[in-house]
Write a protein that binds this ligand. Structure first.
Ligand code: PMV
Length: 345
């Protein structure tokens, strides 16, 4: 049977990926570092079948066990672009395995899609492992990160365990296998929390892939490129020494730098809303009041609050009864992408 199921965590970037030096191969302009998220998981089953004329892809309703209620009733409706992107990715695997069979794909998230939690990361990581295993390809972790990268850049960081670095490869770029991801530390290394404050569950209207294409139109882009390698070293050091202040200050700096670039590109990309600012202010006031908690934001309005496990209770206490915090997703560091025996169909 040509069938396999994988689960993959989303990840939150401590140092962000925004801009590519090779669009087709999805080779990033700069390295990035992330942490896998324990509560933001995608499960995907892939089966290659005789007699299918095209790939049949279904998104099941979110299985948000940690939320008071699921967001949607019916299956998630998929756009033509999303379906085409998934089929195109499956073509890469078909080519490698030298088969032409189409696939049935069923996928389910534990978190709202398209709101600045990287559903494309966990989605393509799970798809890369499930589909390659279903056709009988046995890939090394490094090869799997390279494959997942071809679906969505940040997906390569969801493959290895825990805290992950994604190498940008040499400046010239253009070679498929020089840009890959590997684990810096296992998920057991440091008991951090990423408390995602959901301020809206509406899907964003511009994808990261689309937005990133215009990055070089920002006058701040070159400056960001110069600073990033220093911040990479700082985050590696902060993780190694479990220094929450160094980690927090560096990730805030990098987040602000990425959003400055986004907001000054042509056309400008503004992912923040009034609610985003309110959560930033609230985080700042917690810090001033002695709680070491720091923010970071991806391509969406929701805010990720990073703190140590010992401070989780105090942070949650400050967030409770705040109207702006519609829902919270509490993440610990997580292992990487893996095969499971239970299929979704
Ligand atoms: O790989 P994509 O297209 O999901 O891009 C992710 C970009 C950011 O989330 C904004 C930053 C990052 O490094 O995750």
């Amino acid at each position: 049977m040509m069938k396999a199921t994988a689960i993959a965590p989303a990840n939150i970037a401590f140092i962000k990926y925004w801009g590519k030096k090779d669009d087709a191969l999805r080779i990033p302009s700069n390295p990035s570092i992330s942490m896998n998220l324990s509560a933001a998981i995608t499960t995907t089953t892939v089966e290659f079948l005789e007699g299918l004329k095209k790939d049949v892809i279904t998104f099941l309703p979110e299985n948000c066990t940690f939320f008071p209620r699921p967001r949607e009733k019916g299956a998630h409706t998929m756009t033509e672009n999303e379906a085409a992107r998934i089929s195109h990715f499956l073509d890469l695997i078909r080519k490698r395995a030298n088969i032409s069979l189409r696939a049935k794909v069923v996928t389910q998230n534990t978190f709202p899609k398209g709101t600045g939690i990287a559903s494309s990361a966990s989605g393509f990581a799970a798809l890369a492992l499930a589909a390659s295993r279903a056709v009988g390809l046995v890939l090394s972790e490094k090869e799997l990160t390279i494959l997942a990268r071809m679906g969505s850049g940040s997906a390569c960081r969801s493959i290895p365990d825990g805290f992950v670095l994604w190498e940008a490869g040499p400046p010239a770029g253009g070679s498929l296998d020089t840009s890959y991801a590997y684990s810096l530390f296992s998920y057991t290394h440091w008991d951090l929390r990423d408390i995602v404050v959901i301020v809206t569950e509406e899907e964003k209207n511009i994808s990261s892939t689309g937005g990133m294409a215009d990055v070089e139109t920002s006058p701040l882009w070159q400056k960001r490129q110069k600073e990033v390698s220093e911040r990479i070293e700082e985050v590696k050091d902060a993780l190694a020494r479990k220094d929450i202040v160094l980690l927090g200050e560096t990730i805030e700096e990098d987040c602000l730098s990425m959003h400055e670039v986004m907001q000054t590109q042509q056309p400008p990309l503004v992912y923040w809303t009034e609610e985003t600012r309110q959560v930033i202010d609230l985080t700042r006031s917690m810090l001033t009041n002695g709680i070491p908690v720091y923010f970071t934001i991806d391509a969406g309005p929701n805010v990720h609050l990073i703190c140590e496990a010992k401070d989780e209770g105090r942070v949650l206490d400050k967030l409770k009864d705040r109207e702006v915090a519609k829902r919270l997703i509490i993440n610990k560091p997580a292992a990487g992408t893996r095969i499971i025996k239970e299929h979704l169909f």
